[in-house]
Write a protein that binds this ligand. Structure first.
Ligand SMILES: Cc1cc2nc3c(=O)[nH]c(=O)nc-3n(C[C@H](O)[C@H](O)[C@H](O)COP(=O)(O)O)c2cc1C
Length: 198
């Protein structure tokens, strides 16, 4: 059974980005996957404190709601979907803090050199980024992409695709873009079917 986890990083419940994520998860379920949605706004966690102790231990000193979540992502998720609206030209603070907390993975990979993802592992772990923005500007997502890429790289997920919807201010919400909701649903189905083929 393919396991799909969607991480919703909007502080707004059931906003544009979460709805787009829901469409992706619906498509994944229709292809037979087991899905789970985590809302970062409901979790209690601190951002990275920059203590660098993970450079020695490979473990984060903080122990909060992100600790079991990150453990699960690293051991029990095949397709990981990060969903964040654009706030001030990039991902939300909730998502940035979540990503910064994976610094211990970076330390394991590049300082301690005891975390290696095989080609086989990368092929079987897919990462997807979902985002929405108010402005009608294609480039509005560009500052987010390198952050998401670095995260997927450090956590061993092959960066599979982006699903984005700009111009939410003009359209007054994602419901007015059924084409993009359908694109997300199709992408969810495709990601699962592709993984089953490998
Ligand atoms: C604090 C804040 C900052 C935002 N900054 C931007 C921005 O820089 N560029 C943009 O296009 N939209 C910006 N927006 C609009 C949101 O990206 C847009 O409304 C998005 O669809 C909200 O997603 P949500 O409903 O999932 O929260 C901002 C919204 C908020 C609340």
């Amino acid at each position: 059974m393919v396991k799909v986890m969607g991480i919703s990083a909007s502080p707004k419940v059931h906003g544009n980005t979460e709805k787009l994520l829901d469409s992706f998860l619906k498509g994944a379920e229709s292809a037979g996957a087991e899905t789970e949605k985590v809302k970062l706004k409901d979790l209690k966690y601190r951002s990275c404190q920059g203590c660098n102790r993970c450079h020695l231990s490979g473990v984060c000193v903080l122990n909060d709601d992100l600790t079991p979540l990150l453990e699960k992502i690293m051991t029990d998720v095949d397709i990981l979907v990060l969903a964040s609206p654009i706030y001030s030209m990039t991902i939300t603070a909730e998502m940035k803090a979540f990503i910064d907390r994976t610094q211990y993975l970076w330390a394991r990979k590049f300082v301690k050199k005891n975390l290696v993802f095989t080609k086989e592992h990368m092929k079987n772990h897919k990462g997807i980024f979902i985002s929405t923005a108010g402005q009608e500007m294609k480039t509005v997502f560009e500052a987010a992409y390198p952050v998401i890429k670095a995260f997927f790289n450090d956590s061993g997920f092959e960066y599979f695709t982006n699903i984005t919807a700009e111009g939410m201010d003009r359209y007054s919400g994602i419901e007015r873009r059924p084409d993009i909701l359908k694109e997300a649903e199709d992408a969810g189905e495709k990601a699962v079917l592709d993984l089953l083929k490998t």
